[in-house]
Design a protein around this ligand. Sequence first.
Ligand code: SAM
Length: 359
Amino acid sequence: MLSRTEIETWLQQTDPDALETLWRMADRVRKEYVGDAVHLRGLLEISNHCVRTCAYCGLSRHNKHLRRYRMTADEILECIRQIADFGYGTVVLQAGEDDGIQTEWLAQIIRTVKQTTPLAVTLSLGERPFEDLQCWRQAGADRYLLRFETSDPALYSLIHPPRPGRTAHRLEILSRLRQLGYEVGSGIMVGIPGQTFPSLADDIELFRRLDLDMIGLGPYIPHPHTPLGTGQITPTIHPSEQVPNTEQMTCKVIALTRLVCPEANIPSTTALAAVNPKTGRLLGLQRGANVVMPNCTPARYRRLYEIYPGKTTLSETALACRHSLEESLRSIGRTLAVGPGPRRRRANPPQSEETATRP
Ligand code: SAM
């Protein structure tokens, strides 16, 4: 098992030969524990309204440059039918933290999806009250994604101001989601201004402790209409301590996460594809990831869900996106998975020499 010190040493590693070893280890562990099939989760960005003021995110309510939308129930259900027709196993309903998404309204949509399609339903709607999470679970929602973004409390409070009058803590919500029977996903951004190597190693250790079912990792991408993107909020660390928000650093985090959480479902994220549209997505899959979340949001809304710049240039229609994905997966010797693709726990995990290898 990788120790905390080894994780940090790997994060600082820049030697190309050593990194090749890391990529190979992660790929072998990925193959051994979750196989070659890549799960596709159709991502539907149902609203870009947000009550929060996160310093990194383009959906922040302080961003006045963004036209806001919320999809209707009919629009959502039509897209979900298409996702099922494409043969994807899961729909992910994501939004800003939008109080306009009413509890019962969404519960009805979830019930309809579960009654009329074989899809697993994943929600990614931010910090909602326990009663909402419970209601949606009872309606049939299977999974919930809520990134803790960084395990460094000082950095977290700097970039993620609390909602006035509420004291919700993301780690507490993750534990409640588990109690409710959701499959639980979390994750971080890599290269947030002010993020250090020790704090990134802590993040990976925290993934292990939380025993997460899904782990989302993407590079932080500066947004020009946010306090972090404009430099209005600046970190206090020395530049040499700063984790870079590069493709390579994100791949290191994916690879190390695969080694410490071998059973987890780990997507090769859109943010990784945004920093390098040519190689990002496939590199992630070759360095530990086993999930892709094709964007199935209608084009007219997709361009408005601008959490960071560059995301909207990946603007194929959902169908074209599926075809090109299938081809690229074949090119790296991977197949398309069938079905919802939940986390599979192994009763007797194989003794992998990889997880014991030193950096
Ligand atoms: N509102 C929900 C929440 O906060 O969990 C879901 C939507 S939120 C936009 C989804 C994720 O986008 C966040 O957890 C964050 O990691 C990522 N994100 C936001 N702004 C980003 C940026 N500038 N660069 C990279 N990722 C970003």
